[in-house]
Design a protein around this ligand. Structure first.
Ligand SMILES: [Zn+2]
Length: 411
């Protein structure tokens, strides 16, 4: 049970800011939001309550290697079998690895994130390790496992017809018993037959499916050369993913295909920029009507701080729109909150209403750089630093509380 008095709440699925005489939670749910009036600006500070943030594309497994890919290409840093990430992860013992992941999940909570969708390497053992970190911190890890190695050689991939070898099928079953779903690096890592098999098995078990698409032109070009179709078209047709990540070099036809498929895409503008790749077409994707999420991608590339991702994405989008009014900052904030519902379901509304999960973040807008904001949504998206987060709650449980909180704030 908790209560905050005289706060501003970004309420409902639209996230519009309202002055509220009280915001109460009881058990795991929001018990009361007593709205008085909509509000846009502040004269003298306030506490602001926003929905807990979701980071929809991470690899926290390589958070033990911050900035380790500096100076490496995408292929040198991140591709199997010999990429830097895979060599280093193979060499670290689980008991040394786990504390790195735990510390990074705590940092996520400290920066307002309540849950993340993680593309976990290292087969079933990798998924189990992240599950342990999630239990230790209370941060929700939606774990999508992958094969520990590519199950096909070059000739089998070129012929594009072989089913999964028996050993890979066994590993897949083990991954799915440890994880919430399956992900892979690229469509080019498996044959069309294998993708159909994985779709069938994950469907039967009620598991999530996700895939990286169009991170660079190589994803499309290799797929086209081998199969006559680009990687996005193959992903949608063969794998039917709940989540597609990147879309960095998506062209007009691919953006239309995504939108008409009804699939959700997670964009990762900071990670793309870190690798010297183009910036994703945020404007075109927003205008297409596709459901969009945001992720910080590899721990090795980026801090998993969603406020940094929101700020960067808003500015990239603003530059691409090229006018004074678009995009609405709340449309960017929904990419880290309310838009998650399409992937994780109605028990993850990503918004605050009476009866919804008490999953929220309290921001200290009394701070010098926030207290006289003329536009609350723009300041939430572009100015909040980790120090401004007073508390992060998931389903009524505090994942992080700043010193002094709740103190005078909660009765
Ligand atoms: Zn990834």
């Amino acid at each position: 049970m908790g209560s905050l008095r005289d706060v501003i709440v970004l309420a409902g699925a639209g996230l519009e800011p309202w002055r509220c005489s009280r915001f109460d939670w009881k058990g795991d749910s929001v018990a009361a939001i007593e709205r008085s009036e909509p509000v846009l600006s502040l004269e003298n500070g306030a506490l602001i309550v926003i929905p807990g943030l979701y980071n929809s594309h991470t690899h926290m497994g390589d958070s033990c290697l911050p900035d380790g890919a500096t100076g490496l290409t995408l292929e040198q840093g991140f591709f199997r079998p010999d990429g830097f990430k895979y060599r280093k992860l193979a060499a670290i013992a689980p008991e040394e690895h786990l504390p790195h992941i735990v510390r990074h999940l705590r940092y996520m909570a400290r920066t307002g994130t309540v849950g993340h969708i993680d593309f976990r390497e290292q087969g079933p053992k990798g998924s189990e390790l992240l599950r342990e970190a999630s239990r230790a911190t209370g941060v929700e890890s939606v774990i999508l496992g992958q094969f520990s190695g590519v199950p096909f050689d070059g000739a089998a991939l070129a012929a594009n017809s072989a089913p999964l070898p028996a050993a890979a099928l066994r590993e897949l079953e083990a991954v799915l018993s440890a994880a919430d779903g399956f992900s892979e690096s690229t469509m080019n890592d498996l044959t069309d037959t294998a993708w159909r098999e994985i779709r069938e098995l994950t469907g039967r078990l009620g598991k999530l499916r996700a895939i990286h698409c169009l991170e660079n032109a190589g994803y499309r070009d290799v797929s086209l050369g081998r199969t006559g179709r680009g990687d996005l078209a193959r992903a949608i047709d063969l794998f039917d993913p709940h989540l597609i990540v990147h879309m960095t070099v998506a062209n007009e036809a691919e953006i239309s295909l995504l939108a008409s498929s009804g699939k959700t895409a997670a964009l990762n503008p900071r990670a793309n920029a870190s690798l010297g790749l183009p910036l994703p077409p945020v404007r075109a994707l927003m205008e297409s009507g596709a459901n969009l999420l945001l992720g910080t991608d590899n721990g090795m590339l980026n801090s998993p701080n969603m406020f940094a991702e929101l700020d960067f994405t808003y500015k990239v989008a603003k530059s691409q729109f090229g006018d004074a009014v678009r995009p609405d900052p709340l449309a960017i904030l929904r990419m880290a909150t309310a838009n998650i519902r399409s992937v994780l379901g109605s028990d993850h509304p990503g918004s605050l209403d009476v009866g919804s999960p008490a999953t929220f973040v309290v921001l200290d807008f009394h701070r010098p750089h926030l207290r006289a904001t003329r536009h609350i949504p723009a300041s939430v998206v572009t100015r909040v630093t980790p120090e401004d987060v007073l508390a992060t709650y998931r389903a009524g449980m505090p994942l992080y509380q700043a010193e002094g909180f709740p103190g005078e704030f909660v009765r």
